[in-house]
Write a protein that binds this ligand. Structure first.
Ligand SMILES: [Zn+2]
Length: 134
């Protein structure tokens, strides 16, 4: 199922590195190393029908979107299942979107609070791929 996200119109580009999203879940507790994959444009989406077609919260990988875990990415850049490190949290690529292309991360903000998703804004940040040690 191809989802088409309507991207947030944002007036402010964050100049600080303050990231308000609280950490919800650490998907991997073992040792890992981080490998930079460059600077990405970070945007946000919620479950509402403005952000997703369905509004049912089911990602393109079939799992339910979870705040603090779910991000959408260009699967040619970061394939589904890739774990990334962004501003101190670890997320998993579980979704994609029609407008998510190249060095771009669309971070899921829980449920239907579109205004809250808007408040997270758009910013640029270095993204790291998590390489887990077996
Ligand atoms: Zn929304």
């Amino acid at each position: 199922m191809e989802k088409i996200f309507i991207f947030l119109i944002v007036i402010t580009i964050s100049v600080s590195n303050v990231d308000m999203l609280e950490h919800v879940e650490t998907p991997y507790q073992g040792e890992y190393e981080k490998v930079s994959v460059g600077y990405f444009r970070i945007v946000h989406y919620c479950r509402c029908v403005r952000c997703t077609n369905s509004g049912n919260g089911i990602t393109a990988t079939g799992v339910e979107a979870t705040e603090g875990v779910t991000v959408a990415a260009d699967w040619n850049v970061l394939p589904p299942g890739t774990r990334i490190y962004l501003n101190g949290n670890i997320y998993t690529v579980q979704d994609r979107g029609g407008g998510v292309r190249g060095n771009m991360i669309d971070r899921y903000i829980g449920n239907f609070d579109h205004q809250r998703a808007l408040r997270y804004g758009v910013f640029y940040a270095e993204v790291f791929k998590i390489i887990e040690f077996e």
